[in-house]
Design a protein. Structure first.
Lengths: 116, 114
């Protein structure tokens, strides 16, 4: 149980284009989903937290107009990197949890984004 | 700024060796400490969640301890096997708000040589 999928696993795009990444909880309902970014040899850095049906809460320094998050259902959240630039190249990974603080987060396998 | 530090950054051991590594975290506003195992090209897998000072958890050959007063957790692997090769992440859950967010260390990358 507690499987989270993420698609695509890898994407290469041109500078200026937008890229959408999907995160799905396959066998449970996720009231909360999280988006992280990881640069080489660094920690997973939380970008935003989203609850189903409400606006995402962004961490300080994360541009909400650039990283659009939609959590339209209890099993799907999307992250759209708008007008991507080479500095947005990174590893993006989502996680999902059921309810309540302290709950274990279940992770997707991540998406490697390369912006040329 | 919440610093979660893991050491060592990487570790190479021989099959059969026992090993351990450390996660250090802020001792204030503690809620929970999580350990994850992350194999290359796979999703991080939840190993343990610990909430009480003195907690000890065990799963097969892997165990973990927690000291919330001094802000550290140890992960132990007894008799390491090549399949234990992975990056081990710890995550500190802060009691400050209602969001279920965690702050991660950079991980300890373990390589077990046959």
């Amino acid at each position: 149980g507690a499987v989270v999928s993420q698609h695509p696993s890898r994407v290469i795009c041109k500078s200026g284009t937008s890229v959408k990444i999907e995160c799905r909880s396959l066998d449970f309902q996720a009231t909360t989903m999280f988006w992280y970014r990881q640069f080489p040899k660094q920690s997973l850095m939380l970008m935003a937290t989203s609850n189903e049906g409400s606006k995402a809460t962004y961490e300080q320094g994360v541009e909400k107009d650039k990283f659009l998050i939609n959590h339209a259902s209890l099993t799907l959240s999307t992250l759209t990197v708008t007008s991507a630039h080479p500095e947005d190249s990174s590893f993006y990974i989502c996680s999902a949890s059921t309810t309540g603080p302290g709950e274990t987060q279940y992770f997707g396998p991540g998406t490697r984004l390369l912006v040329l | 700024i919440l610093n979660v530090e893991q050491s060592p950054q990487s570790l190479h051991v021989q099959e059969g060796d026992s090993t351990n590594f450390t996660c250090s975290f802020p001792s204030s506003n503690f809620y929970a400490l999580h350990w994850y195992r992350w194999e290359t090209a796979k999703s991080p897998e939840a190993l343990f969640v610990m909430t009480l000072n003195g907690d000890e958890k065990k799963k097969g050959r892997i165990s973990a301890t927690l000291n919330t007063k001094e802000g550290y957790s140890y992960l132990y692997i007894k008799g390491s096997q090549p399949e234990d090769s992975a990056t081990y992440l710890c995550a500190f859950h802060l009691r400050a708000n209602n969001n279920n967010d965690m702050r991660f260390g950079a991980g300890t990358r373990l390589t077990v040589k046959p």
